[in-house]
Ligand binder design. Structure first.
Ligand code: ZN
Length: 642
C-alpha cells in the first residue's frame, strides 16, 4: 500500500475556475494526494466476507475514535472485554488505518461510510455549508442532508430488506423513501436547559414529610423547571430535601430526598448519586404529549454546613420514527438521557469551582452509551431487520473537550493532562463494553458486526476566526444585524463557513448566487487576496493554514461539488476554525481536540473492525473509507449502484 507524502512548499499555486492562474509568494504547505485514493482496488479481491450473506448486520460507528487510539486501547489493555474490541481484532477482519475523506468531519464521513462514494458524489461536503447558488447567509446542515447517491438504507429497502438507524448522522432528517424503516434522530432542543444549582441553608425551608436523625434539621428547597409559554404544564416544581439519614449519633447532613413533580413520593440519594426527573409534557411545537426526562446528579453535600451542589440535567425526549417505534422504545428504556454537557466541562477545566467535573461528564457519556446499546438490544428483540446502523457520539465529544496533551493548551497542567488521559481510557472502556454488548445480540453463525469510526482527533491550542481575518482585509463585511448581534452583511464580497478545522470560502458571485454582488471579472483577484490573507496567518511563526484548494483543484480530494466553496481551506494541526464574528482573529482555545484536518494526516484516520459469519481473520494495512459500504452491501447481498 502506498503511503501519503507531505511536501511543504513556500508558495501558493491557486487557480480559479474561470481559468486564471496565479502564483503567490504567500506561505502555504501543499500536500500531494497522489496515491491516497487508489487503495480500494487492490483490497477488493479477497474482501472479508466474500461470497456469504449475513442474516443481520449491525454497523456501529464510534465518533472520533481514530485508528491510532483504537489500536492503543487494544495494545494497552484498555479494551479488556472478553468479546470486545481486542477480540474483534484477533478473531475478525481489521485495518490498521481507515483513510477518511476530506474534510475529516462527522457528517461528511458518515455519508461516505453509508454510500461508498466521495463527498463530490454524496453532496455532503461539510457539516454545514451554503447550498449551491443560494444567498450568502443560507446554510445546509450536513447531518440532515440526504446523500445524492444510494445509501445502504435506501439500497437495502429498494430490495425489500428492513433497515433501522439509531442516530446515524447524514440523512438523519430524511423522510419516507430516503430514511431507514425505523430509527432514532438526534434531539436538538431540550424542554429545559441544564443548570448547576447551589442550595444554601440560608434559603432553605423545611418539610415534615421526611425524617432526619440525630436532631439534624430538615432543609428543603424547590427545584424549578420552566418550559416556556404554551407548554402544558408551563412549569413544574420538584422538591429537594437534605436530612441526616444515618442514626449513628453523629449529627451530619448526608442524604438528599427528591420529591418528583406532582407526587408525594420521596426517593433518597447520597452524594454523587444520579436521579431522573421524568414527566409527561406537551410543547407547543411538538406533536402530542411526550415523556421527557432530566438526568441529574447530587454533586456534593457539605455534611456540616448543609449545602448541596446539584446538577440539574437538561430535560430531553426521544426523537424517533415512526411515532409508534419512538413510544414503544421510550416506554421500554426511558427517554434520551442527553449528550454530555460540553460547555460546563470546558468551564471546569479552567476553574474547578465552575461547571461540572470530569466524573459527571464521563458518567454522561457512559449513560448515553448504555442507553444507545439498550436501544439496539430492544430493537434486536422487538424489530425485524437485516441492517441496523447505530452511532455513539461520546468519544468525539470527549476529545473535543478534553484532549489535553500539549503544554501550549490553555487548560494544560501535569495533573489535568493526567486526569484527561485517564478519562479517555474510561471512554475507551465504555466503547469496548458497547461492542461486547452488540456482539452478544448477534448470532456468530449467521450475523456480522462491523465497527467503524469517522475520524480521529488532533490536539488544538488556538481558534481562528476566519471571517474576522478576512474582514480586516476588507473581503468580508461584518455588520450589526438583528438584536445587535454581529452578522456577515448580505452585501459582503464573500463569507467563510467553517466546521472543525476546515472551511469553505464562498464568493457572493453575481449571476450565480442569490443577491450576488461580485462581478466575474474581479472574482479571481478577490480569491487570490483571500488565499493570501489566510496563508499569511501565523502564531509564533507557525502557519495557521496548511492548504488552500481552489474550486478546480477539488476533484483531487473528492470535493468537486457545486456546494463546495470557491476556496476550501484546511488549517494546520493545532488550530481550529470558527465562525465567530467578534474579537481578535486568533484566540486561545477553550476546548482541546478537533478534526476536519486533511485526511492525509494519519492521526485523523478512522477505524474498521468486523467479526461474524464468513469474516476471515485478516489484518489490512490501510483501506479507504469508501470500502466500508460495499463490504456491508456484499454481506447483505445488495447493490449500491444508481
Ligand atoms: Zn467532532
Amino acid at each position: 500500500m502506498e503511503s501519503v507524502s507531505i511536501c511543504v512548499i513556500c508558495g501558493l499555486c491557486l487557480r480559479y475556475h474561470l481559468g486564471m492562474r496565479f502564483i503567490s509568494s504567500s506561505r502555504l504547505a501543499l500536500i500531494s494526494l497522489a496515491g491516497l485514493l487508489c487503495l480500494a482496488s487492490s483490497c477488493q479481491s479477497g474482501a472479508p466476507g466474500e461470497g456469504v450473506q449475513a442474516e443481520r448486520v449491525i454497523l456501529v460507528s464510534y465518533d472520533g475514535v481514530g485508528a491510532d487510539l483504537a489500536w492503543q486501547w487494544i495494545v494497552d489493555g484498555v479494551a479488556a472485554e472478553p468479546e470486545g474490541l481486542a477480540t474483534m481484532a484477533r478473531e475478525g477482519f481489521s485495518v490498521r488505518r481507515l483513510r477518511m475523506n476530506d474534510p475529516t468531519l462527522t457528517a461528511v464521513n458518515h455519508a461516505v461510510l453509508a454510500t461508498g462514494r466521495m463527498p463530490s458524489d454524496t453532496g455532503v461536503i461539510s457539516n454545514s455549508f451554503r447550498p449551491p447558488g443560494a444567498a450568502l447567509g443560507s446554510r445546509t446542515n450536513g447531518f440532515n442532508a440526504v446523500p445524492e447517491v444510494p445509501t445502504l438504507w435506501s439500497a437495502a429497502r429498494a430490495e425489500g430488506l428492513r433497515v433501522g438507524s439509531l442516530l446515524w448522522p447524514a440523512g438523519a432528517g430524511a423522510k419516507g423513501r430516503d430514511a431507514a424503516d425505523f430509527g432514532l434522530g438526534w434531539p436538538m432542543r431540550p424542554a429545559a436547559p441544564s443548570a448547576v444549582i447551589e442550595l444554601d441553608p440560608e434559603t432553605a425551608g423545611t418539610t415534615g414529610e421526611l425524617p432526619s436523625a440525630d436532631g439534624v434539621a430538615v432543609l428543603a428547597w424547590p427545584l424549578h423547571f420552566d418550559f416556556g409559554d404554551g407548554a402544558e404544564p408551563a412549569s413544574v416544581e420538584a422538591m429537594v430535601a437534605l436530612v441526616d439519614g444515618n442514626p449513628d449519633g453523629k449529627p451530619r447532613w448526608d442524604t438528599v430526598g427528591i420529591r418528583a413533580p406532582g407526587t408525594d413520593d420521596w426517593a433518597l440519594y447520597g452524594e454523587r448519586d444520579w436521579f431522573d426527573v421524568g414527566l409527561e409534557l406537551r410543547l407547543p411545537d411538538v406533536l402530542g404529549e411526550n415523556r421527557w426526562g432530566a438526568w441529574s446528579k447530587i454533586v456534593h453535600i457539605d455534611p456540616l454546613r448543609g449545602t448541596v451542589r446539584l446538577y440539574r440535567g437538561a430535560m430531553w425526549r426521544t426523537i424517533g420514527w415512526p411515532e409508534d417505534f419512538e413510544h414503544r422504545l421510550t416506554e421500554a428504556i426511558g427517554p434520551w438521557p442527553g449528550a454530555p454537557d460540553d460547555h460546563r466541562l470546558a468551564d471546569w477545566w479552567l476553574d474547578d469551582a465552575a461547571g461540572i467535573d470530569l466524573d459527571v461528564y464521563i458518567e454522561q457519556i457512559e449513560r448515553l452509551d448504555r442507553w444507545i446499546d439498550a436501544a439496539a438490544e430492544w430493537v434486536t428483540a422487538n424489530e425485524d431487520f437485516r441492517l441496523l446502523l447505530t452511532y455513539h457520539p461520546g468519544p468525539d465529544e470527549y476529545q473535543h473537550t478534553s484532549l489535553i496533551v500539549e503544554t501550549d493548551q490553555w487548560a494544560w497542567s501535569p495533573g489535568r493532562a493526567l486526569a484527561a488521559g485517564e478519562g479517555l481510557k474510561r471512554v475507551g472502556r465504555s466503547v469496548d463494553r458497547s461492542l461486547a454488548a452488540l456482539w452478544s445480540l448477534l448470532d456468530p453463525e449467521h450475523d456480522v458486526l462491523v465497527a467503524v469510526s469517522d475520524h480521529g482527533h488532533l490536539p488544538i491550542h488556538d481558534v481562528v476566526h476566519l471571517n474576522i481575518a478576512l474582514a480586516k482585509a476588507g473581503l468580508v463585511r461584518i455588520e450589526e444585524g438583528d438584536q445587535g448581534r454581529a452578522w456577515v452583511a448580505p452585501s459582503s464580497l464573500m463569507v467563510s463557513v467553517s466546521s472543525g478545522s476546515a472551511a469553505n470560502i464562498y464568493l457572493n458571485l453575481k449571476g450565480r448566487d442569490v443577491g450576488g454582488v461580485v462581478e466575474r471579472s474581479t472574482a479571481g483577484e478577490l480569491l487570490l487576496r483571500a488565499a493570501k490573507v489566510l496563508a499569511d496567518l501565523e502564531v509564533d511563526g507557525r502557519p495557521v493554514v496548511e492548504k488552500v484548494y481552489a474550486r478546480d483543484e477539488l476533484a483531487a480530494i473528492g470535493l468537486d461539488h457545486p456546494a463546495s466553496g470557491d476556496l476550501v481551506v484546511f488549517l494546520a494541526p493545532g488550530f481550529a476554525a470558527s465562525n465567530g464574528l467578534s474579537g481578535d482573529p486568533i484566540t486561545p482555545s477553550r476546548y482541546y481536540g478537533q478534526h476536519g484536518f486533511l485526511a492525509s494526516h494519519d492521526e485523523v484516520c478512522g477505524m474498521l473492525f468486523a467479526r461474524g459469519l464468513g469474516i476471515k481473520k485478516k489484518r489490512a494495512d490501510e483501506l479507504p473509507a469508501t470500502a466500508v459500504a460495499p463490504l456491508v452491501a456484499q454481506l447483505l447481498g445488495i447493490t449500491l449502484s444508481n
